[in-house]
Design a protein. Structure first.
Length: 420
């Protein structure tokens, strides 16, 4: 923004004072405290510019309110930073966005990042800097949408955070309390519903995310199959709609009985693989390079193509007026394959029912994932042809990286007509 600095500052101040949603100005006392910070923010920016010949200081937020962005955006930032040279004269200072969704993850990022303890002051300085001429060079290059690993960085770099010996001991002890013996293999599972967001942010409209929801009871046959193969299964979630309906001792409803910030991270890091549904918690195993299986994935065009340890199946779309499923080509060519929350109402307007994966489809996928990880899975020539036909429908796009992920083999065999 160019122009008179006084006008710029006045416009910035007016904008800040009108931001009621951040909770800073709920009272005149807090408003006075906020205004008190502005001279200090200006002093920080003057100091940063004066130091520019010696060190380039940049500011930026960690997207710490939502666990998916808190995990993967931060990890991808670190992956990209690894390849940069001349770090000696560069200092990146982050600040949290409150509330922090997971204290354990915050603690672990704090070990390797410069995170300001004065989050309000640092955030204010960052926002003011973004309004000033020349401010762009002082912003950490970490866009909110930067959560897609289209460069394949995760496969090429090691994890950047770790557990201390004390945390490892705590984790093992918590697993024993849950009934999981030492060295036993376990699978984490998460089925998305709206309860978490509706509870944490009750004044926000979340129904435009409902197309991503799924029914956790449909996962139980897959859990039983995994249990019969020697796994313990841990149902993840911070606040969930309903408990699991099973009495199998190897199936643990962690979300309703044992859930903590620490275990959310520890379990995601130590599982044999993570069975997700395209929700935020699914990003945590990625930062520890754990294999993932996805079911009920939607929209189809934002499938994670870049990971060799991902196997997935999408939801299908039923066209009511013609009483048939849309083919994958129809979904991708029409733009429906990109429908997100902004277009969520379009499914109903177009007469489309969003069909969840069946219990059998979910079971087939977890068996394939287990056998792939054990090195006993064998693909037929037909399977490879179905994979090629599916991926050939995707046009080159900024959404996709190198295509190395797999669609569930049995799902494609049973839905080969949707590849026409």
């Amino acid at each position: 923004m160019q122009g008179d600095p006084i006008k710029i500052f006045y416009a910035f101040l007016k904008e800040e004072l009108n931001q009621k949603s951040d909770g800073l100005l709920r009272s005149s006392f807090r408003a006075a405290g906020y205004l008190f910070l502005i001279p200090f923010a200006m002093l920080i920016l003057i100091t940063v510019r004066l130091m520019r010949p010696f060190v380039l200081i940049r500011f930026g937020p960690l997207f710490s309110r939502r666990i998916g962005h808190f995990a993967i955006n931060t990890e991808l930032y670190l992956c990209r930073r690894n390849g940069r040279v001349n770090q000696k004269h560069l200092l990146h200072i982050f600040y949290y966005q409150k509330p922090i969704c997971n204290a354990q993850l915050g603690k672990m990022w704090n070990r390797i990042l410069h995170i300001s303890p004065f989050f309000r002051l640092t955030g204010l300085a960052d926002r003011l800097n973004r309004k000033l001429p020349g401010g762009a060079k002082y912003i950490i290059p970490m866009p909110l949408k930067g959560c897609r690993d289209t460069e394949g960085l995760l496969a090429e770099t090691p994890a950047h955070i770790w557990f201390t010996q004390k945390e490892k001991k705590l984790g093992q002890g918590e697993l024993l309390k849950m009934g999981i013996p030492e060295e036993a293999a376990f699978v984490c599972l998460h089925a998305r519903d709206s309860t978490y967001l509706n509870t944490l942010y009750p004044n926000h409209y979340w129904h435009d995310h409902d197309y991503r929801n799924c029914t956790v009871q449909n996962y139980i046959p897959a859990m039983q199959k995994l249990a019969s193969r020697g796994y313990f299964i841990v149902r993840m979630g911070a606040i969930v709609k309903e408990p699991l309906k099973t009495d199998n001792p190897k199936i643990i409803d962690y979300a309703t009985k044992y859930r903590t910030d620490f275990l959310d991270i520890y379990l995601s890091a130590k599982c044999r693989f993570f069975l997700g549904s395209g929700s935020g918690i699914d990003e945590v195993p990625k930062i520890f390079r754990r294999p993932e299986a996805y079911v009920n994935f939607i929209p189809i065009e934002v499938i994670h193509t870049w990971s060799p340890v991902v196997v997935l199946i999408p939801k299908k779309l039923w066209l009511r007026r013609e009483r048939r499923f849309l083919t994958f080509r129809e979904i991708l060519d029409s733009g429906i394959g990109r429908f997100g929350k902004e277009e969520s109402g379009q499914y109903e307007k177009l007469g489309l029912d969003i069909i969840e994966n069946t219990p059998d489809e979910i079971s087939d996928l977890v068996i394939e994932m287990d056998e792939r990880l054990k090195g006993v899975w064998r693909s037929s020539e037909e399977d490879e042809d179905l994979q090629r036909r599916f991926w050939s429908l995707f046009k080159p796009s900024h959404l996709q990286g190198k295509i190395v992920s797999r669609i569930g083999a049995q799902f494609l065999r049973q839905n080969s007509q949707l590849l026409e």
